[in-house]
Design a protein around this ligand. Structure first.
Ligand SMILES: [Zn+2]
Length: 398
């Protein structure tokens, strides 16, 4: 069974490339998935150079000039030399190298160019972190970024945030329900409105309806209870809003298609990860009931359409329960096609896995459901004893 460990460039800089790769190879893992383009964050890093790591938005390589000349959006410079020699060091140990690329989550670019970020139903651009996939400049940037990572000589480009992103405010003392939050997170920028209109959707009615409902909650109306489903959303917000939300998949499908083709032209392949599994289980490993594959449409991700365009998918199987991991992988394969490569991304420790046995059970569950690979997230975020669970999981699942 194929496998990898997610690794941050800060891990490589902190412990040194050889030390990290020796450890990863020692676990019996087939490769690493290295964060070539990452977003800013502040993380507890138990065995890092410092125990708290502040990451910045950044592309950790020198962007090829020919790809970005003439483009308005260009990569935010990161550690330009962080990946020097990593390809060779992987080859020497028989490890594959995958290039983990965060596409549309970028506060630095959004702050510099607010007009390319998402705009809510009130006309505000409050999520400068989130670049809109419908904006032509964002789409050009995404294709060029994917090409540049592919040119690093990676076995695959692993795409994160190449779709609409969920709204996750850090603070809210308004009791917005899941559906209110969803409506508040929809983008109504000019490009999104135009695309929906072209598909026959009454985009203005959808926007006004969202503003009326969310505005009502801000004024003291009770929030809607219950998870987001098409039926519940239709009942709550009406058919125009649902049609608008569904129209977003055309924006995402065409973008992912362009990126997948560009990556293939550069001699690599795209692994597409949608964020739904993380939305559901990130906090505590207890995902909400609907399977990720069934709810991915909410972020504009049409897995059935993407199954024809993308060779491989990553499933964020952030769950404590091995049966849930298997269910998520199975549902994904049914959506994207049984012949597609599906990789289950597992967290080997807190909050998903409290023991080696539990991690083993989840790797076995993923395999039984048809996963071709398990990936472990992430090297620098978990203590060494937790990483030591990986060999047992790989042995049992091989
Ligand atoms: Zn938009």
């Amino acid at each position: 069974m194929d496998s990898s460990v997610y690794v941050f460039v800060e891990d490589l800089r902190g412990e040194g490339v050889d030390k990290v790769l020796d450890r990863v190879a020692g676990y019996g893992t087939a490769g690493i998935t290295v964060g070539a383009v990452h977003h800013g964050s502040r993380d507890v890093t138990p065995h890092g150079l410092s125990r708290l790591t502040l990451r910045h938005d950044g592309a950790h390589f020198v962007p090829p000039h020919d790809l970005f000349s003439g483009l308005r959006l260009t990569p935010v410079p990161g550690y330009a030399d962080a990946l020097d020699g990593v390809r060779e060091a992987c080859s020497k140990r028989g490890l594959k190298l995958h290039g983990w690329t965060v596409f549309l989550r970028n506060l630095t670019l959004g702050t510099r160019h607010p007009d390319v970020t998402v705009r809510d139903c009130f006309g505000d651009r409050g999520s400068l972190t989130d670049l809109c996939p419908a904006h032509p400049d964002v789409r050009e940037y995404a294709v060029a970024l994917a090409r540049s990572v592919a040119r690093l000589g990676v076995d695959s480009v692993v795409a994160e945030s190449l779709h609409f992103r969920p709204l996750r405010p850090e603070r809210s003392f308004v009791p917005l329900g899941p559906m209110d939050n969803y409506l508040f997170g929809l983008c109504f920028c000019d490009y999104c409105m135009r695309r929906a209109t072209d598909l026959g959707v009454n985009a203005e009615v959808a926007r006004d309806e969202c503003a009326r409902i969310v505005g009502g909650v801000f004024d003291g109306d009770p929030a809607a209870q219950g998870e987001v489903t098409r039926a519940a959303l239709t009942a709550y917000a009406g058919p125009d809003v649902v049609a608008y939300a569904r129209a977003r998949s055309e924006t995402v499908t065409t973008l992912v298609s362009e990126v997948a083709s560009a990556v293939a032209e550069e001699g690599s392949k795209l692994v597409f990860i949608d964020y739904t599994g993380s939305v559901k289980g990130y906090r505590d490993g207890l995902p909400s009931p609907g399977l990720a594959a069934h709810d991915a449409w909410q972020l504009g991700v049409d897995l059935v359409a993407l199954g024809d365009l993308v060779p491989a998918f990553g499933v964020l199987a952030y769950a404590r329960d091995a049966a849930r991991v298997a269910d998520d992988v199975g549902a994904y394969l049914r959506s994207v096609g049984k012949d597609r490569e599906v990789r289950a991304v597992l967290r080997p420790g807190y909050p998903d896995s409290d023991s080696t046995d539990r991690l083993v059970a989840k790797a076995l569950g993923a395999k039984a459901a048809g996963a071709s690979a398990v990936d472990f997230y992430a090297y620098g975020l978990v203590p060494h004893p937790v990483l030591e669970r990986i060999p047992a999981a790989l042995n049992e699942a091989s």
